[in-house]
Design a protein around this ligand. Structure first.
Ligand code: DX5
Ligand code: ZN
Length: 221
């Protein structure tokens, strides 16, 4: 399975956004990770619907929209997404996970279910037929710059085994949170194949976006 990188745009320098996107295009970033937060499901606000529309005008890189919002089924239609995009909703954020996942699929996008660090992956059991991926949060969602919760590595490993045992080898695991150059290799070994790259790697203080992408690719080889 090809390892894919989804740079976390909440960590990108908004003042240089066109340069950042050009650099990510040059390094063949497979997705742009857009964190949407409502201040309820997580104690933070970040990017929004207009940001997604503006980014879409600047680049053809598919979006990987991560909804950290309460009742996403009531908000998904506020966003424009389709074939080639990923949209993830949190299992903990809705009583209507199947409905939310079905809407994402109807728009032609890939539906992913995101799980907070303590949430059991059995939460996705009755949508396995519908989804293309599971996003394992390696940190408590809401803020960049946190440290990976060690138990989430075990969770990725057990989730990969669970999916394979059930015949869902095609369901991918995305990992989000503290995907550092060192952690990325461990996360890959555990079974992740899509990596949300934020302040721990691609958007680190002491490295250019291009070099961060190159270094992360090398760590994932
Ligand atoms: C956390 C966000 C992230 C990510 C940012 O809620 O979903 O996109 O943590 O990257 P890091 O963790 O490397 O700063
Ligand atoms: Zn995210």
């Amino acid at each position: 399975m090809k390892m894919r990188i989804s740079p976390s745009m909440m960590c990108a320098d908004i003042g240089k956004i066109r340069e950042v996107i050009k650099a990510l295009e040059n390094e063949d970033a497979e997705y742009l990770h857009i964190d949407i937060m409502d201040g309820l499901f997580v104690p933070n606000f970040t990017l929004g619907t207009d940001y997604c529309r503006q980014i879409r005008k600047m680049t053809d890189i598919p979006l990987d929209i991560h909804l950290m919002v309460e009742k996403p089924e009531d908000k998904l239609h506020w966003f424009e997404f389709g074939r080639g995009d990923i949209v993830s909703v949190h299992a903990e954020s809705t009583a209507h996970l199947h409905k939310a996942v079905s809407y994402i699929k109807e728009q032609g996008a890939d539906a992913f279910v995101a799980l907070n660090p303590a949430t059991r992956f059995g939460a996705v059991e009755y949508v396995l037929d519908e989804i293309e991926g599971v996003t394992v949060m390696a940190v408590n969602p809401g803020f960049a710059g946190q440290k990976m919760i060690p138990s989430t590595l075990t969770k990725i490993r057990k989730l990969r085994a669970y999916l394979d045992e059930k015949g869902f080898e095609n369901i991918e695991i995305e990992v989000d949170g503290n995907v550092s150059f060192e952690n990325a290799a461990k996360m890959k070994k555990a079974g992740a194949s899509i990596f949300v790259a934020g302040s721990s790697s691609v958007f680190g203080n002491d490295i250019s976006v291009e070099d961060g992408m190159k270094k992360l690719r090398a760590a994932l080889e």
